[in-house]
Design a protein around this ligand. Sequence first.
Ligand code: NOJ
Length: 546
Amino acid sequence: MNKEWWKESVVYQVYPRSFKDSNGDGIGDLRGIIEKLDYLKELGIDVIWLSPVYKSPNDDNGYDISDYEDIMDEFGTMEDMDELIKEGNKRGIKILMDLVVNHTSDEHKWFIESKKSKDNHYRDYYIWRDPVNGKEPNDLKSTFSGSAWQYDETTGQYYLHLFSRKQPDLNWENEEVRNKVYDMMNFWIDKGIGGFRMDVIELIGKVPDKKIKENGPKLHEYIKEMNRKTFGDKNLLTVGEAWCSNPEIAEQYSNPDGSELSMVFQFEHILLDQQPNKEKWDLKPLELLDLKKALSRWQLELEGKGWNSLFWNNHDVPRIVSRWGNDKEYRVESAKMLATLLHGMKGTPYIYQGEELGMTNIRFEELNDYKDIETLNMYEERIEQGYKHEDIMNSIYEKGRDNARTPIQWDDSENAGFTNGDPWIKINLNYKEINAKSQLNDEKSIFNYYKNLIKIRKTNPVVVYGKYELILEENKEIFAYTRTLENEMVLVICNFTESKAKFVFDGISKFKYKELLISNYDVDINQSVNNIELEPYEARIYKFIN
Ligand code: NOJ
């Protein structure tokens, strides 16, 4: 058992634009985050993953960076950033910077130079190709719709952008590019950060001429080099975003020898409610057995060989309570059940801002209330392809990224206490009912349930290091599993449905009952654990000893 601080930590993701506005311009900022550090301390988290705060023209809300060593004007100054790191550290909260180095903004000085001429020193920092038969070099597609190649008249060549036209891809084959990235990482490490979340890191080894995007032949060579030249000997948390990973690849990334990263963010479970080989907008209902299979596969295959990240939510995916819970009559129960399922597993849990309050998806009637470039480009593309407006809106309601990006609902005052100005995106009107203020002092709130789950992890090594085993594998209503470490075992039971469900299990005989650690209903603790009638979305964690 390899103990590491980041295995015992809980991470909280802040999407700064929507977190807390301190100066009334309608946009969240660094001082707003500093104001709320005590709230996060109260929740009990150890690390903040900070979505990008660098200088950016905001084509993709900061994931298009024009200066890696400066702060976006709307978010504040480098002094504010230094203060956030310092104030965080004072409270035992480390800051994880979002490292976006697959691409830069087209307004980054490297790209401005690169565009100027074919013999510019920075030309080879990006990926330029001649037209083929007067057209794009090949049919690679951008994640944000349309071709991944953009023609540039100055030199008559195309450049590659796997995301928006304003996010040209860096050329990782160029050693000077790699070294510039490493210097920049060291600049941030020297400021005392806790590590990096690495945006679409699986793309940096791409071979565009062979149409290889993810998992290119040199990917792991680059990550090992990065590790050696930056964080390798610093004991930081590093997590790579990897949509197209599998457990075998993840073993490489998160090898306990420490030569690459601490862990990856993988999305196999997140992709289960879309039609196979289609886009995320092509919807399909979730099957509980698929979810069990996907999550269990990662739990089992990484056992002793790597480390998992555990998450339901981030700024790119819909709110989990609206997605796989019930955001109406069982919002509180199902939010707690989903939290229980995840926080009982092996890996480092990530909470996305507002998840701890049970915040829900948004539904704007007007397309122009949506701000996300991915959503807006997709709408245009699908209209051109002949899709019906209503069908596209339905996909947006289910999967649009703005679902997760409406401002945090701090209290029931105007604009939910997020801003004194005009919010950059509309606030969810359910803030009168769902907000942090009303939950902090309510011991039955979702906030306090998350707080307890974190406490349970902190006080029970079995929750961090215990071995996972799925039970009742074929049961279509209940997701249940055990975790075992030496003479201790925990049993996690979750009813995934809005009806009652029977939990019958006789596999715990060699353990003695100790205690009920948590539950989202009032439970008679004298009830037998072998045979339980669960309420809708009921969840329990029991602890046993031998
Ligand atoms: C993944 C990020 O999470 C997403 O928000 C962004 O649009 C793309 N990478 C491009 O940086």
